[in-house]
Each structure stands twice: as structure tokens, then as C-alpha cells.
Design a protein around this ligand. Structure first.
Ligand code: SDX
Length: 427
């Protein structure tokens, strides 16, 4: 592979360096492009453009590979746990037992959310979407933690990481409690992180609550599978907002808003709503496959397709198996699961989907498990956000420590040429 790329514009040749990644990905470094040629590139949706170099996550869309800091997602899902994977993503190495215990205890220092935050959540209408509340509360955390983090100070950065991990989980569950009219719960520092999620969500003051260990184990695995995914829409949002040196909470709040979209993390809610609609209309999967293929119909098969994966999303494979195990363990017979499998089978045999390499993605089966766990549909994307939090933190930290420049893309102007102002009585 040559270490330079040649670009010819108007008969003049320009050379640009070629960068090779760990897994032999090839990138043309166009840092000097405009300065030497006067030209820019144009790439709507950044389908062909790398925004950064990163040591955190590697994925190969053609081969269906996903690794966090070099470790295969299949091994992490099988042998690790969410807090350990969070540590790995954020600090770069699997922790020793002592390091993990310290991390968990340091997170526990910040699990109490300022009581005045309750005034903010009380201002929302009862039926407000949990993702809108979560984005607002996350941004509001800045007001209660106003000190700008000096990323050059290891301890300040570490404390900010633990604060984000501790408080985000609590306010994420408050969105559900608000919706249900329940009192807001507190984190129990004697319990585990994922077990606390279940308690924060479902424990009521009127009686004892013991989370089902099968559910806690399955959720831990789901959070691992959602923990990072290189430069996806919401992570790129966190990086670009952070590149202006906006704080960690402000950057995460922006990531929550980006994740909310039905083309991104909001797809897990949209999948369940689609499957329930198919069920309500007689379970005719073929009819919805036809709708998805009809260019005049805006309907898309939610949970299918991916910007990067042109093969099976490795996470979808793991979640599909977990769906079978969890529903069997909980004794849940959800007809929507069989509709999902029927839909998947039909789509994978259909030429339209095969020609476009459209496979089930991480969102296709996750909602089925969440529903079996008693999680309401509108909370599915909040769970995605809880899983993705360590990835957002890791990517924000890497961007700041690498002293990356403020993100400010160029454009191709196609509007009106210069024209004189026209007085109102002459328009
Ligand atoms: C996530 O980036 C990440 O890593 C995201 C994520 C993460 O972990 O952060 O993996 C999480 O967001 C997963 C994706 C969840 N979204 C959905 O399930 C929504 C449904 N899928 C899509 O809308 C779509 O597939 C995207 C948005 C995911 C990807 O869109 P692209 O890469 O921009 O592809 P495209 O829209 O250009 O589609 C290419 C072709 C088009 O047809 P043609 O114009 O070539 O004829 O495929 C078609 C599209 O119409 N197509 C679909 C389809 N997805 C793409 N047709 C029907 N149903 C679909 N779901």
C-alpha cells in the first residue's frame, strides 16, 4: 500500500499522506487539502469521512466485528460485566479487582442527586417523553456541578467520570418514576450498579422489592452491548459539542438528544411499535416487507439496516439469543417475538434487503427483552442511553486529551449570488 494518495485538480497533481489503522483501514489525510488546492470535500452524512483517530472501539461492518479496546464483544458479553466494561472503555485497560472495587466505590460517592433537581422534573408534564426529560436533567446537572473540569488534572477528570456514571443512572430512572407518578428513589450504595437500576425503577415504598437475578444478568449484558460503537451519530455529537470545551454533562445531554431519533437509538422503541402494529393487523410480515420496499411509502423496517454493518450486527445475534433465554426463564410467551423472527426470516430472504445488505441491528430484538422485563416502550431508548454512557464519556475524554480542534465542517454554498437590498415597498 502506497503511503501517499495523488489528487489531480485542473491538471495539477497534489499528494496527500495515507494513514493505515491498526486493522489496516486506509485513510487519506486531507488536513492540508484546502490550503494546498483551495478545494474541500463534500460527504453528506459523513459516509466516507473519518472525524478522528481513536483507540477505543473497532468495528468492521463487512465482517460483523465489534471490539472494545481490542476485546471481542462476544467475549466481553459472555465473561465481563457492565461496570468492568465501562472502566475498560474509559481508562483503556481491564481493571484489577482492586481497581474495579475502587471505581464502583468512587461512583457511589456521587449517586445522591441534588434534591433541587426534583423541582425541575416536577415542571414536566406527566406524559413528557423520558428522553426529553433525560436530556434536560442531564444538562441541568451542569447547574449543580458548575466547576469546569480541568481535563489536564487526572483527579478532576476521574471525579467527573464517576459523577457522570453515578448521577446519570439515577436521573434516567426518575424519568420513568415521574411518568408513573411514583416517588423518586435513591441509589442504594450497598447494591450493584445494574441491580440499582431495577430498584430505582420499580421499588415502591409500599413493599419489599427483589430484582429477578435473570433480569439483572440480562440487563448487564444488554448494557455491555450498547456501551460504545465508535463514531455513531450520538457519539459524534458528544465529541463535537465537547470540542468547543462545553462540559461533560452538556456534551452528554446533546448525545441523549441525538440518540432519541428513530433512525438511531429511538429505533428500539420504533421496532416494538412496528411489531405491535403488525400484530394488530393480523401478523402479516410480508405486507410490511412490501411497504419497506415501496419507494413511495416512507415506512422503513425499523431495527433493520445500518450505516456501517453490511453483515449481521454482532450485537443483534447476541441479543436474539438472550431474548430466547430471558423469555423462557421468565416464562413469557410474547407473540411479538415470533412476529420479529418471521419478519427477520422474510427480510433476509428478500432480494431488496439482500441487495442492500440490510440485516437486523442492535435495536431489532432489544425491545422484546425490555418488554419482557416490564420496561415500558418509551423507556427503551433511555436504557440505550444508560448503556452508551461509558462510551460517550470515553470518547469525550479521548477527544479532549488529544486536544482535538473545535469541530467546524465546511460547506458548498449553492444559494443566491450577491444581490442589492430591496426596500419593502418595492418587493
Ligand atoms: C443504531 O451508527 C451506529 O453505529 C448506530 C448504532 C449504535 O450502536 O450507535 O448501531 C445504533 O442507530 C442502529 C440503527 C437503528 N436504526 C434503525 O433501525 C432505523 C431503520 N434503519 C434505517 O433507517 C437505516 O438503515 C439507517 C439509518 C440505520 C442507515 O441508513 P443509511 O446508512 O443512511 O442507509 P440509507 O438510508 O442510505 O439506505 C440505503 C438503502 C436505501 O435504499 P436505496 O435508496 O438504495 O434504494 O437501503 C434502504 C434505503 O431506502 N434502507 C432501508 C432500510 N434501511 C436502509 N429500506 C427499508 N428499511 C430499512 N430499515
Amino acid at each position: 500500500m502506497s503511503n501517499t494518495a495523488i489528487l489531480e485538480i485542473d491538471g495539477k497533481k497534489y499528494e496527500f499522506p495515507v494513514i493505515i489503522g491498526t486493522e489496516n483501514e486506509v485513510a487519506i489525510d486531507i488536513d492540508k487539502l484546502r490550503g494546498t488546492t483551495g478545494a474541500i470535500t463534500l460527504d453528506p452524512g459523513f459516509k466516507n469521512s473519518g472525524s478522528c483517530k481513536s483507540d477505543i472501539t473497532f468495528l468492521d461492518g463487512e465482517k460483523g466485528i465489534l471490539r472494545y479496546r481490542g476485546y471481542a464483544i462476544e467475549e466481553l458479553a459472555e465473561q465481563s460485566n457492565f461496570l468492568e466494561v465501562s472502566y475498560l472503555l474509559i481508562f483503556g485497560e481491564l481493571p484489577t479487582q482492586a481497581q474495579l472495587e475502587k471505581f464502583e466505590n468512587d461512583i457511589r460517592k456521587y449517586t445522591l442527586v441534588n434534591e433541587e433537581m426534583k423541582n425541575i422534573i416536577d415542571g414536566f408534564p406527566k406524559n413528557a417523553h423520558p428522553m426529553g426529560i433525560l436530556a434536560s436533567l442531564t444538562s441541568a446537572l451542569t447547574a449543580f456541578n458548575p466547576q469546569q473540569v480541568n481535563v489536564g488534572d487526572d483527579k478532576q477528570l476521574y471525579d467527573a467520570v464517576c459523577k457522570a456514571m453515578g448521577k446519570f443512572l439515577v436521573i434516567a430512572t426518575w424519568t420513568f418514576r415521574k411518568n408513573m407518578g411514583y416517588p423518586l428513589n435513591y441509589y442504594d450504595n450497598t447494591k450493584g450498579y445494574v441491580e440499582n437500576f431495577m430498584r430505582l425503577m420499580f421499588e415502591l415504598p409500599t413493599g419489599p422489592y427483589k430484582p429477578n437475578p435473570t433480569v439483572v444478568e440480562a440487563l448487564d449484558k444488554l448494557f455491555i452491548l450498547h456501551a460504545d460503537h465508535e463514531q455513531n451519530c450520538s457519539t459524534s455529537t458528544v465529541r463535537i459539542v465537547g470540542s468547543s470545551h462545553a462540559g461533560l454533562f452538556a456534551s452528554i445531554s446533546a448525545g441523549v438528544s441525538a440518540l432519541w431519533g428513530p433512525l438511531h437509538g429511538g429505533a428500539n422503541q420504533a421496532v416494538l411499535e412496528m411489531l405491535e402494529e403488525i400484530q394488530a393487523n393480523g401478523g402479516d410480515a410480508e405486507k410490511y416487507i412490501a411497504k419497506a420496499k415501496d419507494k413511495d411509502d416512507p415506512f422503513r423496517l425499523m431495527g433493520f439496516g445500518h450505516r456501517v454493518y453490511k453483515n449481521f450486527d454482532p450485537r443483534a445475534k447476541i441479543i436474539k439469543k438472550a431474548a430466547d433465554d430471558v423469555l423462557a426463564e421468565l416464562g413469557v410467551d410474547d407473540p411479538v417475538l415470533s412476529i420479529a423472527k418471521k419478519l427477520e426470516e422474510a427480510a433476509l430472504q428478500d432480494d431488496y434487503f439482500k441487495a442492500r445488505n440490510l440485516y437486523p441491528n442492535v435495536d431489532f430484538y432489544s425491545g422484546i427483552i425490555y418488554r419482557a422485563m416490564g420496561i415500558p416502550t418509551e423507556m427503551f431508548t433511555v436504557l440505550f442511553a444508560i448503556g452508551r454512557l461509558p462510551g460517550w464519556i470515553a470518547q469525550w475524554k479521548e477527544m479532549r486529551l488529544n486536544k482535538e480542534p473545535i469541530g467546524r465542517p465546511r460547506q458548498v454554498y449553492t444559494g443566491s449570488p450577491l444581490r442589492p437590498f430591496v426596500k419593502q415597498d418595492q418587493r
